[in-house]
Design a protein around this ligand. Structure first.
Ligand SMILES: [Zn+2]
Length: 302
């Protein structure tokens, strides 16, 4: 199995993120540290500051062994490709990392991506419009898409609701991707968490689209904030009907910390849901690893 959406967070990345929020929303620093996501609590801070990258990698490899995870793809929260490289170096066959670009609309963004892939060995790009404050259809992003398409690496977008301490939901509609999907047909786009609330929009994007994937990661408790309040089974079923098992990618969205560990219950829930849908074992294997393999570890993802 491949977990295609987990996170590497370091103390330095966390500080970068706080500074970015502070830049966008002056005065937010204290508020974020006090009321932010549980990442800022004592237990997390102790773990983040008390372990180096090798120890973090060792902890990850241990939980991956315990949970039958062969490889994992790590998303960073700031532009620290050297940390991701040093983390991955502890087990290059099992730990894979993404590029983060502080300002994806800037003219040097394509170069940041290129060096991330070619010099640091990273395998994808994470973009977060509601935090980075851009619309995917903005032409300023097109050079970045062009670069990603040329390099053959996918881009994962977080749309929809988020527990990030500050976000602007005016940037969170996946329909922003409709034009880029058409203009960059050889670039693989991935929407995380089934669109985290914008499931109707995510379904509509499936119309005549071949280069969009959905990642299943997280608790998917966004369903509780939608009018339908669908069960996870219905989300998987509809996604598979529209996107086929070839374009659904398993992830847990684990942020490792000693007290909570790997999100085994999320993994098990998803395995049970997919099994209950009665698809073939080959199709199931695509969702839990085969698609990620094609997207990240071969040069011709389709
Ligand atoms: Zn995530």
């Amino acid at each position: 199995m491949i977990d295609a959406h987990v996170h590497l967070i370091t103390m330095e990345m966390l500080e970068d993120a706080v500074k970015r929020f502070e830049k966008h929303y002056p005065g937010s620093d204290k508020k974020i540290r006090k009321s932010g996501h549980r990442i800022f609590d004592d237990e997390s801070m102790k773990y983040l500051s008390g372990t180096n990258l090798k120890e973090k990698a060792d902890d990850w490899l241990k939980v991956m062994d315990e949970n039958g995870i062969e490889k994992a793809v790590f998303l960073p929260i700031s532009q620290r490709p050297e940390q991701m490289r040093d983390f991955m170096a502890n087990s290059p066959e099992r730990l894979y990392g993404y590029v983060y670009i502080n300002d994806p609309a800037s003219p040097d963004a394509p170069d940041v991506l290129k060096s991330g892939v070619n010099e640091y060995g990273l395998c994808g790009l994470k973009l977060y419009p509601s935090i980075q404050l851009f619309h995917a259809y903005d032409k300023k992003l097109f050079a970045l898409y062009e670069e990603a398409q040329g390099l053959g690496v996918p881009i994962t977008f977080h749309y929809g609701i988020t527990h990030a301490p500050m976000a602007d939901y005016r940037y969170t509609n996946p329909l922003d991707l409709q034009l880029p999907l058409r203009l960059f047909p050889k670039l693989n786009f991935i929407i995380a968490h089934f669109g985290a609330g914008f499931f109707r929009e995510v379904c509509l994007l499936g119309y005549h689209t071949k280069n969009l994937y959905l990642d299943t990661s997280g608790t998917n408790n966004w369903t509780e904030y939608t009018p339908e309040n669908w069960k996870l089974k219905e989300i998987f079923k509809r996604s598979i009907e529209i996107y086929s098992p070839q374009r659904i990618v398993f992830g847990t969205d684990t942020v490792l910390r000693p007290d909570t560990g790997y999100r085994t219950s999320i993994m098990k829930e998803q395995i049970n849901v997919v099994e209950s849908l009665g698809i073939s074992s080959e199709e199931r294997d695509l969702i839990f690893g085969g698609n990620a393999k094609r997207l990240y570890f071969t040069s011709s993802a389709g």
